[in-house]
Write a protein that binds this ligand. Structure first.
Ligand code: SF4
Ligand code: SF4
Length: 324
């Protein structure tokens, strides 16, 4: 019988910085369109593997002088090179022990526009449309790897907000990792203060109750504003002045209206006015197959990292402070 400890040891040997396991019953209340069993009906366990984002990949972003290290090694390389290699090796390890293992990719959700046609079950009813996509951050919590901060970002005791996580679903019955109980997020709101897009709405809650497992407390997110700054780079040093002014008018407005009182443009209209005008963001997508993370280098995340380090809350220590 394959043991959880053997799987965890193999994952670390193959290069994962973090690993945890969730038993499938922790997803009992998940919507069918996000459920691991919709992908693998006989699934017994979900394995989370995590990869640190090097603190140094944020250094040039902190200085406002060098963004590519984060875009490439902190984001794209992990997504497209390191994580898939470890997922593949771990899947082979599990299948060598006689169990099936399905890798769940970070970006598969982006391939589904429009969604595929639903398959029919044995009774003729439609299954959820492919590709089904599990909620990664919540799955990280259910695998005992981290907690979700008010910023909605997964925080781990070792790296705080600085890692990326990936999954395997398996029919191997593995002993689950405990859900982390000691709070990491202390509600400081540094993430809110340092979001250049004013996208985190600290006066609106968007909690997720996972019955019998955990209650996840999060601020609400204005996804349109976040996408404008994070993926499109409309506030970045690479944006032309007219794009910045266009974006700022939206960011200074509400969910429904721009700062100058007009109805907020649709996502398609915003994309037409911004995408392709920030060449760095366009090229990152083209060459690295990833968003550039250009909201001045994920301001929410770096502020959280600086805060948690200063508080001494992380087990990974550095000789020099991330931020003075
Ligand atoms: S910055 Fe503060 S409030 Fe925001 S997620 Fe981090 S610890 Fe929580
Ligand atoms: S990812 Fe960027 S735009 Fe989105 S909430 Fe964080 S700092 Fe704001």
């Amino acid at each position: 019988m394959l043991k959880a400890e053997e799987v965890k040891r193999a994952a670390r040997e193959y290069g994962a910085d973090l690993v945890g396991i969730g038993s499938i019953d922790r997803w009992d209340h998940a919507p069918v369109e996000n459920h691991p069993r919709t992908i693998m009906p006989k699934a017994k366990s979900v394995i989370c593997i995590g990869f640190r984002v090097h603190r140094g990949s944020y250094r040039g972003v902190e200085e406002g002088t060098y963004f590519s290290a984060y875009t490439l090694t902190g984001f794209s390389d992990i997504n497209t090179i390191f994580a898939p290699m470890v997922q593949r090796k771990l899947a082979s390890f599990i299948e060598d022990h006689g169990y099936e293992a399905t890798t769940v990719m970070y970006s598969s959700g982006r391939l589904t526009t429009p969604p595929g046609k639903p398959a029919l079950g044995g009774d003729g009813t439609a299954k959820p449309a492919p590709d089904v996509f599990i909620n990664h951050r919540i799955a990280g919590v259910l695998c005992g790897v981290g907690q979700i901060g008010l910023s909605r970002v997964l925080l781990t005791p070792e790296f705080g907000p600085a890692q990326r996580i990936f999954f395997l679903i398996t029919d191997a019955p593995l002993t689950p990792s405990p859900i982390l109980q000691t709070p990491i997020c202390d509600g400081c709101r540094e993430c809110v203060r340092h979001c250049p897009a004013k996208a985190l709405l600290s006066n609106e809650k968007d909690d997720v109750d996972v019955p019998n497992v955990t209650l996840i407390k999060r601020f609400s997110l204005d996804e349109g504003k976040c996408a404008l700054a994070h993926g499109s780079g409309a506030l970045s040093p690479f944006a032309p002045d007219e794009v910045k002014a266009y974006a700022q008018n939206i960011i200074d407005g509400t969910k429904t209206h721009t700062a100058d009182g007009k109805p907020r443009p649709s996502r398609e209209e915003i994309a037409a006015n911004v995408n392709d005008k920030v060449s760095y963001a366009r090229n990152a997508q083209q060459y690295f197959h990833s968003p550039a993370g250009l909201c001045v280098g994920q301001g929410c995340l770096r502020a959280c990292l600086a805060h948690l380090e200063k508080r001494g809350a992380l087990t990974r220590k550095f000789q020099n402070a991330f931020r003075d």
